[in-house]
Write a protein that binds this ligand. Structure first.
Ligand SMILES: Nc1ncnc2c1ncn2[C@@H]1O[C@H](COP(=O)(O)OP(=O)(O)O)[C@@H](O)[C@H]1O
Ligand SMILES: N[C@@H](CCC(=O)OP(=O)(O)O)C(=O)O
Length: 375
């Protein structure tokens, strides 16, 4: 694995950990409380070391089925959604109790595809998650099963985990599952199958060996490999590992080779910049004074409204704008935190005045440096 990708595990400060249904419910026998206690203990230890954790947890449908005494996963959408609604409360209740033992609270975030494809909602979800990560809180994400319909379902939480990884620009996506990692054939039907320890996320061979899932999980290894490719877009390394391996999370932090490590092809920062730059069309232009140019280029700072002296175009919060110097050279692109009308009102004004000018403060920065790519 590229040196830098390994460092994302041993030195990175933000991880997304996804726990799959098959694992979480001990193959359908209700929630595995003993293991949940172990994972929460490890996540709490990591948080204590300064690593921000977002937990993506499946298991709502499975927990609901067990609460309702259903033996078979239902086929109808309504029954699946009902089971998810019953199970989701059980799920968060269980995590809240488990994390409380480590003086941590949980926060429930239920997302749909639309939340992540619409730029405005994307930015809102991102800002909420970022605010939560600063607190002694573990955000727990699942798909909002109650409102999604078949066509727009992520369906499996591997994809959701990868999109959340992009959303919060995590260093690593850890997919905990019921196998010890990705094998060169499905070990359920090939007892001789060998574990793949390391690969590049985009390696075409992976797609060929990754099969579908068990009766509880949705996606199998195929969606985990796809998730690794998605996560690599923003420079994250993905690990597929057995959730029953003792101290799996804390051992990964120590740099041990546990499970399958899938690294991004590009160095993380290059990958993220390419993703942000290639992702979006610009909707407007913001021209800066020399002080703001210096703050961006030399000091790596966020862009504040005070340093802006001209605005052109029509843009909404969350959209991409070009950033120009006073000679008209394009220096950067970024996702803006205010609509064009608001931006005009706060242009040239210090952050401390935004609240009184607009009556609210979306964000202190016009463009946060994490949402800004220098060209
Ligand atoms: N090449 C492979 N290596 C390992 N597991 C595989 C492979 N192909 C398919 N699988 C299956 O994928 C399953 C894990 O995916 P899934 O059932 O969706 O679990 P989860 O709920 O953890 O996402 C394993 O139980 C395994 O049988
Ligand atoms: N949102 C669903 C998760 C779907 C699911 O099973 O995903 P996965 O465990 O990734 O195969 C639930 O909570 O039951």
């Amino acid at each position: 694995m590229a040196g830098n990708a390994k460092a994302r595990l041993t030195k990175g400060t933000r991880w997304v950990v996804k726990i799959g249904s098959a694992l979480l419910t001990n193959d359908g026998k209700g929630l595995d409380l003993a293991r949940i206690a172990q994972w929460t203990e490890q996540m709490a230890a990591l948080k204590q070391q300064g690593i921000e954790i977002v937990l993506v947890s499946s298991g709502a449908v499975a927990a609901g089925m067990s609460r309702l005494g259903w033996q078979e996963r239902p086929n109808s959408m309504e029954q699946l959604q009902a089971a998810a609604a019953v199970g989701q409360t059980k799920l968060v209740q269980t995590y809240e109790n488990a994390f409380a033992r480590h003086d941590l609270h949980t926060a429930q975030i239920l997302l749909t595809h639309e939340d992540l494809s619409d730029r405005k909602r994307y930015l809102n979800a991102r800002n909420t998650l970022r605010a939560l990560l600063d607190l002694p809180v573990i955000p727990i994400v699942n798909e909002n099963d109650t409102v999604v319909t078949d066509e727009i379902k992520f369906g499996d939480n591997d994809t959701l985990g990868a999109l959340v990884t992009n959303l919060v620009e995590a260093d690593a996506l850890i997919l905990l599952t019921d196998q010890d990692g990705l094998y060169d054939a499905d070990p359920r039907s090939n007892p001789e199958a060998k574990l793949i320890e390391q690969a590049t996320a985009t390696d075409a061979k992976l797609v060929a060996v990754a099969g579908d899932g068990g009766k509880l999980g949705r996606g199998g290894m195929a969606t985990k490999v796809r998730a690794a490719q998605l996560a690599a877009r923003s420079g994250a390394v993905t690990v597929i590992a057995g959730g029953r391996i003792e101290n799996v999370l804390t051992r990964l932090r120590l740099g041990e080779q546990v499970g399958t490590h899938l690294s991004p092809e590009l160095e993380p920062i290059a990958a993220r910049k390419q993703w942000l730059a290639g992702h979006l069309q610009t909707k407007g232009e913001i021209t800066l004074d020399d002080g703001a140019v210096n703050a961006l280029l030399e000091k790596g700072k966020s862009l504040l409204a005070v340093g802006v002296n001209n605005i052109k175009g029509q843009f909404h919060r969350g959209e991409c704008v070009a950033i120009l110097d006073s000679k008209g050279n394009t220096l950067a692109r970024g996702l803006v935190n205010y609509d064009v009308d608001e931006a005009f009102k706060i242009m040239g004004k210090p952050t401390s005045e935004i609240d009184s000018i607009l009556g609210y403060l979306n964000e202190p920065e016009l463009i946060h440096r994490d949402n800004l790519v220098l060209l």
